[in-house]
Design a protein around this ligand. Structure first.
Ligand code: UT7
Length: 333
């Protein structure tokens, strides 16, 4: 247990994805690629893409409602909503829109941006608020619509991404702390490897005053750099988290990594000597859904009945920033 005597427990999860699906075959009609290349290099077959009239807030609200239903918790009981996203509907944040959509009128709500590590970073923030006794019930959502920001003429990146949302409800628990360890890292030196950056031009105003006018540019990525970074740093951060939790790799029941590339999932599992049947992958169906990928994979696996009460689950997110982190928790509602 923590010093404060308050632990954290995940009491529900949910997810939602857009119904529109883009297959590798269809992608190969847009850019010079093939189903065979994408499948063998990434493990991805399809991705779900939001329509123009589908918003991030609505998709996230669906995932949140489903998590609240599993938790059997009234939205009015939520104290805090954390939305991990890099693709908010509004630069001022979308968490408050979700608060309104689900009717969580008592909640404080804010966005958190840590790219594909957002869910793990958010879990750590939620745990701090709960362990300090500040809040009892926290809704943590990971959601991204990267399809809006991908350059659909760049075959080196557009084949990877899809849209989705996942959510968990975290609750204060007086008897046991289910979050066994959390480790977070950032390295801004490699910031240029994966960006969705604002670019502007100078616009004269009055006298000699100028203002910047521009917009966010499509996603740019150095795939090889990110691949190398992930394969080196993810096993390391998981090993550190296991050490903190006083656990060994064979005690891990499920490994849920950010769904970036099947080859990254396989390489990390091999380095940690975690057997392939413990590695959760839904890449074939959704591709990389950024901050949504971990809670989406968690929710699917829970609802398939694979994860049993007491199972040890290792999560690890990594991506732009660069950011990476790992969390270890024990499942049990
Ligand atoms: O959330 C984190 C987000 N980012 C990532 O996770 C990215 C991590 N990196 C990766 O997943 C991989 O590096 C990629 C899937 C992006 C690329 O796979 P790779 O095995 O590293 O391929 P590569 O960049 O070494 O390219 C090999 C070849 C090149 O052709 P040449 O130069 O050998 O003739 C590329 O031009 O494959 C070519 N290529 C493609 N061919 C068909 C690159 N993209 C494609 C494509 N279809 N979509």
């Amino acid at each position: 247990m923590t010093q404060s005597g308050v632990g954290i427990k995940i009491i529900g999860c949910g997810s939602a994805t857009p119904s529109q699906v883009l297959t590798n075959e269809q992608l190969s009609q847009i850019v010079d690629t093939s189903d065979e290349w994408i499948k063998t290099r990434t493990g991805i077959s399809r991705r779900h893409l939001a329509l123009a009239d589908e918003s991030l807030s609505e998709l996230a609200a669906k995932a949140a409602a489903s998590a609240l239903e599993m938790a059997q918790l009234n939205p009015q009981a939520i104290d805090l909503i954390i939305l991990a996203t890099s693709t908010a509907d509004d630069l001022f944040g979308s968490a408050n829109k979700i608060q309104h959509l689900i009717g969580a009128n008592q909640a404080v709500a804010f966005d958190l941006t840590a790219a594909c590590s957002g869910f793990v970073f958010g879990l750590s923030v939620a745990a701090s608020f709960i362990r300090s006794g500040t809040y009892q019930n926290i809704l943590l959502i990971g959601a991204d619509l990267l399809s809006r920001w991908v350059d659909w003429s760049d075959r080196t990146s557009c084949v990877l991404f899809g849209d989705g949302a996942g959510a968990v409800v975290c609750q204060a628990n007086q008897t046991e702390d289910h979050l066994l360890a959390c480790e977070l890292y950032s390295d801004g030196r490699q910031n240029g490897s994966l960006n969705l950056a604002y670019q502007s031009e100078s616009q004269p105003m009055v006298d000699n005053l100028q203002v910047a006018r521009g917009g966010y540019q499509p996603l740019t990525m150095n795939g090889k750099e990110i691949y190398r970074f992930a394969v080196a740093k993810v096993p390391e951060v998981i090993e550190k988290a296991l050490f903190k939790a006083n656990l060994q790799a064979p005690q891990v029941d499920w490994l849920i990594l950010h769904q970036a590339n099947q080859r990254i999932l396989d390489a990390v599992a091999e380095r940690l000597q975690i057997s392939p049947e413990k590695v959760i992958s839904n890449l074939a169906e959704y591709g990389n859904t950024s901050a949504a990928s971990i809670p989406l994979a968690l929710d699917e696996t829970i609802r398939q009945g694979k994860i049993k009460c007491g199972d040890i689950i290792v999560l690890s997110g990594f991506g732009a920033g660069l950011t990476w982190g790992a969390a270890i928790f024990r499942w049990g509602i």
